[in-house]
Ligand binder design. Structure first.
Ligand SMILES: *[C@@H]1O[C@H](CO)[C@@H](O)[C@H](O)[C@H]1NC(C)=O
Ligand SMILES: *[C@@H]1O[C@H](CO)[C@@H](O)[C@H](O)[C@H]1NC(C)=O
Ligand SMILES: *[C@@H]1O[C@H](CO)[C@@H](O)[C@H](O)[C@H]1NC(C)=O
Ligand SMILES: *[C@@H]1O[C@H](CO)[C@@H](O)[C@H](O)[C@H]1NC(C)=O
Length: 256
């Protein structure tokens, strides 16, 4: 059970907000914010959603019927006193993973007497600002933009110094897995790759968002000083060899 989900709401809230309702056989769900006629509750990350399940007005269902809540088919554990007659569930704060989650309330004794609502959590990416990137000549350059959003991104474009990135000329590949758009090149060259990059993403509801990368290409530094190292190894070997040779001549002498 997710700890973030509080299982008791303050009932007075619901007396003020009469936002009906998913009418079904015997039980109904009232919610804040309101549920659409399609049974969808529109909300955003970090908001709170309150759900109240109760018998339909005028239905045969007794007022002390025991109720059960499910989140995507898994039973939500309810506190004593929050099961009989009416039962409330609070989801606070709303997180990304709540998008598409279905909450169902049914009678404990008859699971076919039920009502359901589905959450539609909208969120936009953290895509803004400017970043300084320093990369060595001949190494990998990978620029990443967060594009995870609901409703999902409709397009992403990359520019270099104000014009569309020439993928072929720069040896670039662009990947997009719905979460991140990446611009990658495997061997950086100052004349080809230095400059100001920008990724621009378009979203159906949130509009255009973009981020800037100021890329500087520096001279290659030797990661491991190979030549001095080899010279050192050679010196050590020669010294050892000479020592052994001179020692041998002494040993040979006394074994005569
Ligand atoms: C949600 O709240 C957290 C913690 O207060 C904050 O870091 C985050 O930026 C908020 N997210 C949104 C989308 O408002
Ligand atoms: C459950 O409720 C449905 C609809 O009211 C009804 O048709 C069915 O007979 C009930 N089942 C039981 C076991 O009570
Ligand atoms: C969720 O909300 C967004 C924004 O209002 C809308 O574009 C999208 O169609 C909704 N998705 C569903 C499944 O209702
Ligand atoms: C982009 O502009 C900068 C600054 O004018 C320049 O130094 C760099 O060479 C340009 N990059 C490319 C790939 O043309």
């Amino acid at each position: 059970m997710r700890s973030k989900m509080k299982l008791m709401c303050r009932p007075p809230l619901f007396h003020l907000l009469l936002c009906c309702v998913t009418q079904t056989l015997g039980v109904q769900i009232q919610s804040d914010p309101e549920v659409s006629t399609e049974g969808v509750i529109q909300t955003e990350v970090n908001r709170t959603v309150s759900l109240l399940c109760l018998p339909d007005r005028g239905s045969e269902t007794p007022a002390d019927e025991e109720l059960v809540w499910l989140r995507n088919g898994a039973v939500v554990s309810l506190m004593e006193g929050n099961r009989k007659g009416r039962s409330s569930v609070c989801i606070s704060p709303i997180i990304h993973e709540d998008n598409g989650a279905t909450f169902t309330c049914h009678l404990s004794r008859n699971a076919t007497v039920k009502a359901s609502v589905t959450l539609n959590v909208t969120y936009h990416p953290q895509l803004s600002g400017s970043e300084e990137v320093t990369v060595e000549d001949e190494s990998v350059l990978a620029l990443r933009c967060d594009i995870w959003a609901n409703p999902p991104v409709s397009s992403v474009s990359w520019t270099l110094n104000g014009s569309a990135v020439d993928l072929l000329a720069g040896g670039f590949t662009v990947t997009n897995d719905g979460f991140t758009s990446q611009l990658i090149t495997n061997s950086v060259e100052k004349s080809l790759h230095e400059g100001t990059y920008q990724c621009t993403a378009n979203f159906p509801v949130f509009g255009e968002h973009s981020k800037i990368f100021k890329v500087t290409v520096t001279e290659k530094t030797m990661k491991f000083p190979l030549l001095p190292f080899i010279a050192g190894v050679v010196v050590v070997c020669l010294t050892t060899l000479l020592a052994v040779v001179s020692r041998w001549s002494k040993i040979m002498k006394c074994c005569k």
